[in-house]
Structures are given as C-alpha cells and as structure tokens.
Design a protein around this ligand. Structure first.
Ligand code: LLP
Length: 440
C-alpha cells in the first residue's frame, strides 16, 4: 500500500486520516510519511548495494530535524551545504564522520565550524576555497579530508536549466582541466588530506547516461591523479536520482538506473575507492504532500480560478521551475489509481476531461500559482486540495513573503501523527526585527 492513498473516498497518510490532521493542525500543512522515508531510503540502499556507498541524505531537500533523525536512525549520513545545515545534521545526531560538506560559497566561519566538527569530507569548489581551508587548518594545526568538486561539463538536457549543475556554464566546481594541477600543488601540504573527487550533475537527472559520461571522465581523471603520486580514496557522485510516486515503480526505476551506474563504478571500488551518493528528492519528494484549503473558486475571463491558502510562499517550485505537481481536488474524493494513470489525467487535452483551471495562491504576484491550465474537477469551496510529491524542496524553500507565516509540518507514523514544526504565528514574522521603541 502507498504511503498516501484514498480509502473509501478519504485521503490517508499511512493509517491517519488527513482530515483528522487538518482538524488538529489546520491548513496549509506539509504531511510526511515515516514509512515512505524509510522505504525510499531502503530502495536506494538496495539499488546501490553492490558498491556499498556511504549514503548522505541531501539535507536541503527537507531539513526538518525529526526527518533527519529518522534517516540517521536508518543509517544515512548527511550531505550539507551550509553552516546551518551542518548544525541541523549534527543536532539530529548524525556523526560528523558521516557528513559531507559541499557548497560554492563557504565562508571562513563555516569552514572553521566544519574543521571543528571533522566531517567525512569537505568538498571544495575552487582553488581559492582550498587555499582558505589550508590557511585555517594551518593556523589551527588540524587536519581535514578534502574532495574537489569537479565541473566535468556533463549536462542532462532534461534537467531544468535552473537546477542543472554539471554543464560548463554552471558556477559549480573546478573545471576538469585544472584538477590534476590542484592535486599536484596540494599533494604535500600538511593538514590537507586531498583524496576525493565530487560531482553533482543536477536535479533531477532522468537517465543513466549523464552519470555514465561523468564516471567515464572521472575514471580517466583518477588515473591521471594517481599517476602524479596522489591518492584518490573517495568518489562522491552526488544526487539527482529520479523519483516516482508509486513506490514499487520507484524501486524498479532506481534499480535499473543504479545497475548501470554501479557496473561502471565497480572497477573503481575494486581499486580501493569508496563511493558516496547524495540523494535528496528520491527520498523526500514522494514522502510528503501539501494540503491546502480552497478559499475561493472564481470565474476569470476564460476559465475558473481556484484560490488556495498556499501558493509560491509555500511551494515555489511551479513558479520557479515550471514544475508539475499532481494535484487532486479533494481529500474526500476517491481516485481509482493506479498513480501513473491518475497522474496522466493532468494536462490531458481530451475534451471529455474537465475544463482547465488555474490553481493559484494568495500572494500578490501573477507568478503565484501551483498549476495553470490544469484539468481537474472543481473542488468543493472550503474543501482541501492535495498537492502530491511536495516533500522535497517544499518547506525548505518556503518563505514568509507577503508576511504569511510558514505552514506546519506533520510526521505520520502508522496510525499516529505528530507536529514536527509548528505553524508560525504572526509574532514569528517580526521576532527578529528591531522596533524603534526598543532602541534606547
Ligand atoms: N548534492 C548536491 C551537491 C546538490 O547540490 C544537490 C541538490 C543534491 C545532492 C541533491 O539532489 P537531489 O537528489 O535532491 O536531486 N530546488 C530544486 C532542486 C535543487 C537541487 C539543488 N541541489 C527543485 O525544487 O527541484
């Protein structure tokens, strides 16, 4: 059974009625399934089993402490990209030895914090960052394991432009042509244990091909680096793995993708290299939904407009990337499934389908929508719509724009649920601001 499903005309997360959650917690709300988190992490572990990677969950996709704790308990490490994410990962109990720290703009303070924590790897993205790291290590007389994020000029044409990170125009990493020199230069530096290569091609990467191209290039790079007397012990191939709402289809897809990747990587592991992967979306996206109340259904010039209580302030992905989320009009209206069939209804131009509608939020911008020209039945006014596959980059990118407090987050475990982030209040909106009356 799926983590999110309709039984007898009612939406459930595991064994909890979504309506019960709404009655207690209100709207909008992100609802996550623990079972799905555990199963989707397991699917990744199983898929990559033959190369026994260190799996570091990409915290940015869904950084709630409770969820990080769930994943840590299941044996996952953490991929962090800021001091704040490092703080979260450590607070969730993740040992530093299971943390990898990436990011193109790490500040001196963030690097110092990392050196103090001693993560499995700090992946630097420029010679300048490496030099800064070296200076700090020298001053503190502390050693650190370092990887270089390489820009291999490998891009997946199907990845949205804004989230493609592997191409030559991207700001990420050190261009391939400069990497060997960097290894030579830092080979004998004290305190800098430069032994890893890191790539992250984009999010999502929809086929194995870009990974295979990248690994091919890395393979030659490893040979060149080793021939200079430098050692490579770790290859971090990043995240970007795709995800499917249907958990068994998801498991199968991951297995097929990973099989191709692993067969290309296996010879490298046999030469003593440890593999790191950094899945985010493939664990979190389909483990969460957003539920939002229908405030109004109004008639526009050409179509009906459904106004929800959540928009780009809560889920910015449709606005920012044109992402398509499957949205179902009610928590009290069964769909017969299976998922793949239901999802196809969206955007179907068949005239028997319901007329297209715009599903928008309350924010004062025309770009504030969750879906445009979306074919679905009209929801009941005052009812709730369910926005699926919202567990990744939903809450982590939510804002207080228009001074709307951020929504609550709820974690379901079987028949019970708990609030894992309370809904923000108006006081939260102003609590860091300095009111003139407070200044002496
Ligand atoms: N590792 C690194 C270094 C990354 O930058 C990312 C994502 C990941 C791993 C995880 O990628 P994933 O497995 O989640 O695809 N906000 C965008 C996605 C941006 C991803 C940024 N980096 C979205 O909502 O689609």
């Amino acid at each position: 059974m799926e983590a999110f499903n309709y039984h007898q005309g009612e939406l459930y997360c595991e064994e909890c009625r979504v309506d019960d959650i709404l009655k207690e917690v209100g709207s909008p709300v992100f609802i996550y399934s623990k079972k799905s988190y555990v199963e989707r992490l397991a699917a990744i572990r199983e898929a990559f089993d033959v190369v026994d990677p260190l799996i570091c969950f990409s915290v940015k996709s869904c950084p709630n402490l409770h969820l990080l704790r769930v994943l840590h308990e299941q044996g996952a490490g953490m991929d962090v990209v800021s001091g704040g994410e490092l703080y979260r990962a450590l607070s969730a109990g993740s040992p530093a030895s299971n943390i990898v720290f990436a990011g193109v703009g790490k500040s001196r303070l963030e690097l110092e914090m990392a050196i103090e924590a001693k993560p499995f790897l700090i992946n630097v993205e420029s010679e300048q960052e490496l030099e800064r790291l070296y200076e700090i290590c020298l001053a503190r007389e502390e050693s650190i394991s370092v990887g270089i994020r390489v820009n291999l000029d490998v891009a997946d044409p199907n990845t949205p432009e804004k989230t493609a990170t592997g191409g030559r125009t991207s700001k990420f990493g050190v261009p391939l042509f400069g990497v060997v020199e960097l290894f030579k230069k830092y080979r004998d530096r004290k305190f800098i244990n430069l032994t890893a290569l890191h790539v992250h091609l984009g999010s999502p990467i929809t086929s194995a091909l870009p990974y295979l191209q990248a690994i091919g290039k890395l393979d030659s790079l490893v040979g060149e680096i080793r021939s200079q007397g430098c050692s490579i012990q770790v290859l971090d191939i990043g995240g970007g793995f795709p995800t499917e709402p249907d958990s068994s289809a998801n498991r199968k897809n991951l297995a097929v993708l990973a099989k191709e990747i692993c067969s290309r990587i296996k010879p490298l592991t046999e030469s003593g290299i440890r593999i790191v992967i950094e899945p985010g979306r493939s664990v979190s996206a389909d483990s969460g939904i957003l539920v939002s109340r229908v405030e109004y259904i109004k008639q526009g010039w050409d179509k009906k407009i459904i106004v929800l209580d959540a928009g780009m302030n809560v889920l910015i992905r449709p606005t920012l990337y044109g992402s398509k989320h499957f949205i179902w009009p009610s928590i009290f209206q069964d769909f017969s499934g299976p998922w793949t069939e239901v999802a196809k209804l969206n955007g179907d131009t068949n005239s028997e389908q319901p007329d297209p509608v715009d599903i928008v939020g309350p924010i004062c911008e025309s770009g504030d929508f969750l879906a445009l020209n979306y074919r679905c039945e009209l929801p009941p006014e005052g009812g709730y719509m369910a926005v699926f596959s919202s567990g990744a980059y939903g809450m982590s990118m939510a804002s207080q724009y228009n001074s709307r407090p951020r929504p609550a987050e709820v974690l379901v475990d079987g028949g019970t649920f708990k609030v894992i982030r309370r809904r923000e209040a108006y006081e939260d909106l102003v609590k860091h601001e300095i009111d003139d009356t407070d200044i002496p």
